[in-house]
Design a protein around this ligand. Sequence first.
Ligand code: ADP
Length: 259
Amino acid sequence: MPVLEVKDIEKSFGTLQVLKKIDFSLEKGETLAIIGSSGSGKTTLLRCLNFLERPDRGKIIVNHEVIFDAADPVTRRDSELRKKRLHFGLVFQNFNLFPQYTVLKNVTLALELLARERPDYKQRKKAILEEIREKGRNLLAQVGLSDKLDYYPHMISGGQQQRVAIARALALEPDILCFDEPTSALDPELTGEVLKVIRNLAERHTTMIIVTHEMDFARDVADRVIFMDGGVIVEQGSPEEVFGNPREERTKQFLARYK
Ligand code: ADP
């Protein structure tokens, strides 16, 4: 059963068309890697899925529910998009942690804000907040940061910050967790610890979309691979197909650069 269906998404900035007829689906528990040269539209695609950009055309369907249809004015409303965004978690290139909050607070903040809308919040506030902190501690244990709960982002390494960002994205239990080049801002010696966390998530069948330049990692961890060039999906398939036996000339040329 597909958890995500993307149908004919298109996006332009002014006269520049950045995404053209993007069409793919993703099964629950699968990891999808999106590869392609810089400027091919990978980040814009992730931003469209998270509604940080609004697609000009096309549909986005999550668990068989049309959460966005460019032709339907209701699903295009900002208030609707804010709700629908919760289907997706996003881990950015540059971590984007809140510098003024501790590691634990970075992970729990969104949950605390959401909890305020619960009808029993006033009566059970203390217990609810403790449950949220417990969840935060568990998530941080999962990414190996139990000893950093009270640190501030500037006190920990980039790799650790990115692991906090992953725990924060997981806190909201998104249907699909998206990563935009999660290791590209890290020194080489710190990429391994972040890739290990993502690999663990893949082994636990977290549904993920990863934009990455780490070809060996993509080949190893992804269930499916999309190669983009010039705003179109040039080729998609299993890692064996795309990396081992690419059909398209553009894919071959791109992969040759990583040999
Ligand atoms: P990638 O992630 O594959 O490097 P991007 O999605 O970042 O590609 O960019 C695709 C194209 O869209 C590039 O030509 C980029 O300059 C352009 N682009 C991205 N965001 C904007 C924007 N907000 N305004 C104008 N052009 C943009």
